[in-house]
Design a protein around this ligand. Structure first.
Ligand code: ADP
Length: 271
């Protein structure tokens, strides 16, 4: 379904002969549209922190005789600057993932270590909010082929969201298990949940269910888009199960790395 874009070129050959070349440009049109939308989104998103910083700079100027106010505005400038930095980093990360559909040089990755590292990144914020982080890893850690940093980033984004959209006193659990040829990483929370009708859209870049809440926790609206692209680039997928008021579970599924078999011994060789 959807529109198909065809390009037609006419090439004059000898005499009355004309060669018509018909080319399917559907894919390149889509890439072009995606790029254009991305630029529009990005400029819109950058306007907020940049505008905020500019207003704060003016406020500092006006309040120069009031050191307390200057300190307060400077603190807020610091927060906006951090937000801007995070936004730019995530924009760059997402565009890299979108441009390269595949991984550069995949290596064997221990999924359990990625989960542990992701937890390390989020632990301080979780402690601060009184949310317990728990992981359940299998005794023999499963491996996948891929980029350990990207997988850690994807898990970190899910754990950070689970913490950001939950209340104090709840827990966030990450479980790793192997199901036939797939490694599953599930991150569950006991948070506010996501309305059914929004669940299909949350993986779009800059889509937020509750913009105010996302901004209050320093969200950029890009976390889940990054998770999705990391999964796709690894030949996997991400899905969500959620119930409003009781919590959400995000599940990443990646192909299990099959260790290369040892070459069978040649007949007559000593084994
Ligand atoms: P953000 O930076 O806004 O968190 P994300 O792309 O990570 O952006 O998530 C998109 C939106 O999906 C969030 O703004 C939030 O509304 C919703 N969301 C993501 N994870 C959860 C979760 N664990 N519980 C409830 N809502 C969530």
């Amino acid at each position: 379904t959807g529109r198909i874009t065809l390009g037609v070129r006419a090439v004059a050959l000898h005499g009355d002969l004309v060669l018509l070349l018909i080319e399917d440009r559907t894919h390149s049109r889509r890439v072009e549209e995606t790029r254009r939308d991305f630029v529009v989104n990005v400029s819109h998103e950058l306007k907020t922190p940049v505008g905020g910083l500019s207003l704060l700079a003016e406020a500092v100027e006006d309040a120069k005789d009031d050191p307390e106010a200057v300190a307060r505005f400077a603190g807020r400038m610091q927060i906006e600057t951090e937000r801007l930095g995070r936004l730019v980093r995530e924009i760059v990360e997402l565009s890299r993932l979108q441009v390269a559909d595949t991984l550069h040089e995949p290596v064997l990755v221990d999924v359990g270590s990625c989960v542990v590292e992701a937890f390390d990144h989020v632990q301080l914020v979780a402690d601060d909010r009184d949310i317990a982080l728990v992981h359940a890893l299998p005794p023999v850690p499963p491996q996948v082929y891929g980029d350990p940093e990207l997988i850690t980033t994807a898990v970190r984004n899910l754990v950070a969201n689970a913490v950001n959209y939950s209340d104090a006193g709840t827990r966030v659990v990450a479980t790793v298990r192997t199901l036939e040829e797939v490694v599953e990483i599930a991150v569950s929370d006991q948070g506010r949940g996501i309305p059914q009708e929004e669940q299909g859209r949350i993986f779009e870049r800059f889509y937020r269910v509750d913009t105010a809440r996302s901004r209050a926790t320093g969200g950029t609206g890009l976390g889940l888009a990054i998770v999705k692209h990391v999964c796709v680039n690894h030949g996997g997928e991400v899905s969500v199960w959620s119930e409003e008021g009781s919590g959400s579970t995000f599940t990443i599924r990646l192909p299990l790395a099959v260790p290369e078999r040892e070459a069978p011994a040649e007949p007559g060789e000593d084994v």
